[in-house]
Design a protein around this ligand. Sequence first.
Ligand code: ADP
Ligand code: MG
Length: 462
Amino acid sequence: MKTNVRVEERMTEDTWGRIRDELIGTVGRDNFVNWIEPLEFAQLEEGVATFLVPTNFMGNWVSRNFGEDILQHLKTAGNRVSRVDFVVPEPIKSAAPAPEPEPAKPALAPVTEDADLPGAPLDARFTFDRFVVGKPNELAHAAARRVAEGGEVTFNPLFLYGGVGLGKTHLMHAIAHELQTRRPDLKIVYLSAEQFMYRFIQALRERQMMDFKQIFRSVDILMVDDVQFIAGKDSTQEEFFHTFNALVDQNKQIIISGDRAPGEIKDLEERIKSRLQCGLVVDLHPTDYELRLGILQQKVEQHRAQYADLVIADGVLEFLAHRISTNVRVLEGALMRLFAFASLVGKEITLDLTQDCLADILRASDRKVTIEEIQRKVSEHYNIRLSDLIGPRRIRTIARPRQVAMYLAKQLTTRSLPEIGRRFGNRDHTTVMHGVRKIEELKATDSQIADDIELLRRALEA
Ligand code: ADP
Ligand code: MG
């Protein structure tokens, strides 16, 4: 972002004012008030529309979240514009300097100094130190730690999988950081499966397949992120398979991530699936409340220096951990927006402010699981009839699934115990309470029940 802006060209403040108002419909009123209204139009020159913003943080935020919308609206209004830019004006010395909540820039360090190696940059923030460990990710974390010790290769590959935003990339980068320090002698390559494909195609086009093969076969640690990307891409898969085998044969460590278990990735060759399953396959479970709260507390701690004056009211972090329930990236984004907003307006972060400022995120992450869906899924899972599940029969093979369904209804919906009871054939709320307790107990002692519940919960929340 540069400063020094000449104000005014063809598009005027007035025309911007009109276009701006149209953005309400696109971004919603809250976002509009928070982020769009404060923008000041500066100029439109050589296809670049420049706006003044109070802080870099805000500029980055608006650019990332609403840049595309603004551009579209400008174009629709007939402006010849190909880019929007947000700049902070030269500071005018004032009595009360505005806080400058500059977020930690994603410091990207190349994974290796070796210019020939095809690795992607690492995010300096993705370290083990900053990875909060909880029940849902403890196994994945332990496996990652083990691999990061750089000792003898015991499981190959390490396959990490889980839904979006649960920390796969974070863990892979953490392994790479750690290995770089412990074993500077090793050639470590981290890249996404997409980048692997891109390199491969490029090598094909430029007739440099020999080089390509040689480079990838010379690495000591290969990490490929989001492997599901190469599903259905036959020649890339083929090449990946050969690279993979060559490295495994040399006893080089491979670390792969995917959005689901190897066996469940559609359009991935069988031989690759079975190769991927040969090592250690661990999954990152969806976050639970405690983990989310832990992550939020850690983030607050990390930003304490930067937002020294910020006061967060009791219950706000708990509220966020409760309401934004799956994706850590969204959770972090929400917290950063809150920080930015509160420091712009200089207010304490209260529950009210949180609800206002994050209305769109909260709405989007509202759980919409219904009791009917739960009942349907549970009866499918246990292979019993829906009418039995809600009917009066009390034999174990039906009563247990019924309790599982009640438990899930309590966990995943906002329905009260009496309401749940009513939907289960007009049962009393004490029956529901008993069922929920029973399952809570069993979950701790019976791994089959625990697995069933995990599976069902995932299917329902997907
Ligand atoms: P994935 O690759 O699984 O989609 P990422 O690794 O990119 O997810 O994680 C998304 C964001 O959430 C990152 O900013 C990451 O630092 C953060 N994150 C995820 N899990 C944790 C955790 N356990 N502790 C701290 N931050 C986490
Ligand atoms: Mg990722």
